[in-house]
Design a protein. Structure first.
Length: 55
């Protein structure tokens, strides 16, 4: 996968095209992870402590 991306990036000579491609990959990866989290109902860990524990 990395080799394919490296070959694709080599053909983008102008810096703004490289940044656009990197941004597109980052956005797509983030969207994919978010959709997977919604699909499988994943969330960040919740740390819930009772008030009596801290008294």
């Amino acid at each position: 996968m990395t080799v394919v991306i490296a070959r694709f990036m080599r053909h983008l000579y102008q810096p703004f095209l490289v940044l656009d491609a990197i941004g597109l990959v980052a956005f797509s990866l983030g969207l994919l992870l978010r959709m997977a989290a919604i699909r499988w109902r994943l969330s960040l860990p919740l740390f819930s402590y009772s008030q009596t524990r801290w008294e």
